[in-house]
Design a protein around this ligand. Structure first.
Ligand SMILES: Cc1cc2nc3c(=O)[nH]c(=O)nc-3n(C[C@H](O)[C@H](O)[C@H](O)COP(=O)(O)OP(=O)(O)OC[C@H]3O[C@@H](n4cnc5c(N)ncnc54)[C@H](O)[C@@H]3O)c2cc1C
Length: 281
């Protein structure tokens, strides 16, 4: 018999996942429903987070935007404050699948899913976001850059829940761009993606790059753009360091070589868009 639990507090939710050995946490269910239909997962207990207070809220706490785990992807994409404070996040969440999936999928479920092709983690890595994780032992924070530990693996333990994603507001003058390369259809998963954030510092620009779909996990690299580098040199450096972390997995969306080539195109496109906005072309 399958039991679906609807906890009404975070304490109740964390107690349930601590007690129930094989429970599946239910966010928006978009990934779970497909895996269930494919017979790849099954569980006697589901813990639905929909009614846990606070998890569906998108708020601003000091210099950070707090995206509750049950906030829908569509809300991150469309929220006017996110669009102003974190345009790279709004842009990237808007690239996930189609409006139907984005209206249902949750921000916490998205990262907890741990798929290497997900779009949001590339932008969250460039933005230096932090994941808030709760259990009966308390709350801990993990950098999104350390959150994806291996293929389909994350830092979330069986008795833990993702409760929020905390994103620092970038400094004034920061620019960003997300490029998604698709090989099958417009609404499909990427065969490669690149989120770039350029943060102006005193005498250089901090260039941060998150890469999706080109390694067993989302990966992150960074470099300093100095005033003597032109656009071509910036693109060359970005591609060189991106190449050093790309290990694409071949599948229906392309061979490893094809995905690496698309990864380079995505990096170049995002770098050039940022440079144009910085007026450095
Ligand atoms: C047709 C289709 C196309 C897609 N295309 C894309 C795409 O182009 N780009 C992209 O990025 N994604 C894509 N996706 C994936 C989509 O982003 C994920 O399915 C979705 O984000 C998962 O969120 P969810 O809330 O529905 O998670 P769920 O299905 O509810 O859960 C996913 C996993 O996370 C766990 N989980 C959920 N919430 C929590 C929590 N708060 N704490 C701990 N664990 C939790 C669940 O137990 C499960 O293991 C696509 C999905 C579909 C169905």
């Amino acid at each position: 018999m399958t039991r679906v639990h609807h906890p009404r507090s975070l304490e109740e939710a964390t107690a349930l996942v601590a007690q129930l050995d094989e429970a599946i946490v239910y966010g928006g269910g978009t990934a779970i429903q497909i895996l269930l239909k494919q017979g790849l997962i099954s569980a006697p207990d589901y813990v639905d987070l929909l009614h846990v207070p606070g998890l569906s809220e998108l708020t601003h706490v000091g210099e950070r935007v707090r995206i509750g785990a049950m906030v829908r992807l569509r809300e991150v994409e469309r929220d006017p404050h996110v669009r102003r404070a974190l345009p790279l996040a709004a842009e990237t969440y808007g690239h996930v699948a189609n409006p139907r999936v984005r209206n249902t999928a949750s921000a916490g479920g998205n990262i907890a899913h741990g798929d290497y092709r997900l779009d949001p983690p590339a932008a969250l890595m460039a933005l230096d976001a932090v994941v808030e994780i709760a259990s009966t032992h308390g709350v801990r924070e993990v950098s999104i850059r350390e959150f994806f530990t291996d293929f389909q693996q994350t830092a979330v333990q069986h008795d833990e829940l993702v409760t929020a994603i905390l994103v620092p507001r970038p400094a004034v003058g920061t620019v960003g761009a997300f490029t998604k390369m698709r090989s099958l259809s417009q609404n499909d998963w990427p065969c490669a993606s690149a989120a770039v954030l350029m943060v102006p510092e005193d005498d250089f620009v901090d260039v941060r790059i998150g890469l999706g779909a080109v390694a067993p996990t989302t990966v992150y690299v960074a470099f300093d753009l100095t005033s003597d580098m032109n656009a071509r040199q910036a693109v060359d450096v970005a591609i060189e360091i991106a190449d050093s972390v790309m290990e694409p997995l071949p599948d229906v969306r392309g061979s490893a070589n094809y995905k690496a080539r698309m990864g380079r195109v995505a990096v170049e496109e995002s770098i050039r868009r940022c440079l144009e906005e910085l007026d450095r072309d």
